[in-house]
Ligand binder design. Structure first.
Ligand code: PEP
Ligand code: MG
Length: 323
């Protein structure tokens, strides 16, 4: 099987009936680029920048960040690179920020919430990103957006930083897409409104599932409730994709679910545009895509959306695509 997959490295990701989707990779550092190339990644769907900030005693400088972002953008040679701004908090701590202990870190002061308050820290990252933007195809993504005001505030800071750079005579790419992660149910529910203002969505199912099912993604005791194929999750995903398409925007997914063989047929049927996963999942996903038809998966998706449980959906997909 591995030899069969290897042949697909330079192939396009198309379904049996000819529909193209983008199979992209999730990365944490520039060193991960080699794996992306060796596995035929068509882009970076999620660059988790937190790793630049972790395992050290102080914030990374603008120069350090610029170097990493530039390396990733150049390494991808014009292919799309979605960089997520700092998503610290939850399970990822930065001891040197000396943040107070929280009862529920996953529901607390994390990601964009922290960046909108610690704007100095946020602006350094945005400056580094905008300076790097001329070296490739950069898209900027804000994590943990729960309401439109957060998105508007984050985007306003981005535009402010861009103006500052232009005044300093620094060049910045002309058009940079700015999108959000959909990983909080309130944002999925208002996707039609967000779709008018963002350039793209990327669904973060790792968090979207935990917040929708109220089941901590780190807690073994409740892992049975962590149900990716629960129709409640699937309907939310459909809402987001449909809302984006209605406004001529695109939707990706960068949670674990995007590389999962049960989920892929459903997501293809729902019209997902970009699937971002760990690099080693890309070739198996491409191989699966080549064997399934989007039109048939549309019918499957409609069927599973009427079901009630995770188990029913798994059984229906296995039957439909011979897994
Ligand atoms: C997600 O929540 O699905 C996601 C991709 O972000 P992270 O796993 O980094 O929280
Ligand atoms: Mg997340």
């Amino acid at each position: 099987q591995k030899a069969e997959w290897a042949k697909l490295i330079d192939e396009k990701s198309v379904s049996k009936d000819g529909h193209h989707v983008e199979l992209a990779a999730n990365i944490g550092t520039p060193a991960d680029l080699e794996g992306v190339r060796n596995n035929g990644g068509e882009g970076i769907g999620l660059y988790r920048t937190e790793f630049l900030y972790m395992g050290r005693n102080e914030l990374p400088t603008e120069e350090e960040q610029f170097t990493s972002y530039k390396e990733v953008l150049e390494g991808m040679e014009g292919k799309p690179v979605v960089v997520r701004t700092l998503d610290i908090g939850g399970d990822k701590e930065l001891p040197y920020l000396n943040l107070p202990h929280e009862m529920n870190p996953f529901l607390g002061f994390r990601a964009i919430r922290l960046c909108l308050e610690e704007t100095d820290l946020f602006k350094v990252q945005l400056r580094a990103l905008l300076r790097a933007s001329v070296y490739g195809n950069l898209k900027i993504m804000f994590p943990m957006i729960s309401n439109l005001t957060e998105f508007r505030s984050a985007k306003a800071i981005l535009l402010e930083v861009k103006e500052e750079l232009l005044e300093e005579g620094v060049s910045v790419a002309d058009h940079i897409e700015v999108g959000i992660m959909v990983e909080i149910p309130s944002t999925a529910v208002l996707a039609d409104q967000f779709a008018k203002e963002v350039d793209f969505f990327s669904i973060g199912t790792n968090d979207l599932i935990q917040y929708t099912m109220a089941a901590d993604r780190m807690n073994e005791r409740v892992s049975y409730l962590y149900q990716p194929y629960n129709p409640a999750i699937l309907r939310m995903i459909k809402m987001v994709i449909d809302a984006s398409h209605k406004e001529g925007k695109w939707t990706g997914m960068c949670g674990e679910m995007a590389g999962d063989e049960i989920a892929i047929p459903i997501l293809l049927g729902l019209g997902l545009d970009e699937f971002s996963m760990s690099a080693t999942s890309i070739l198996p996903a491409r191989s699966q895509l080549l064997g399934i038809s989007k039109e048939e998966m549309k019918t499957l998706a409609e069927e599973v959306l009427t079901m009630s449980t995770n188990e029913e959906v798994i059984a229906a997909v296995k039957k439909a695509v011979n897994l």
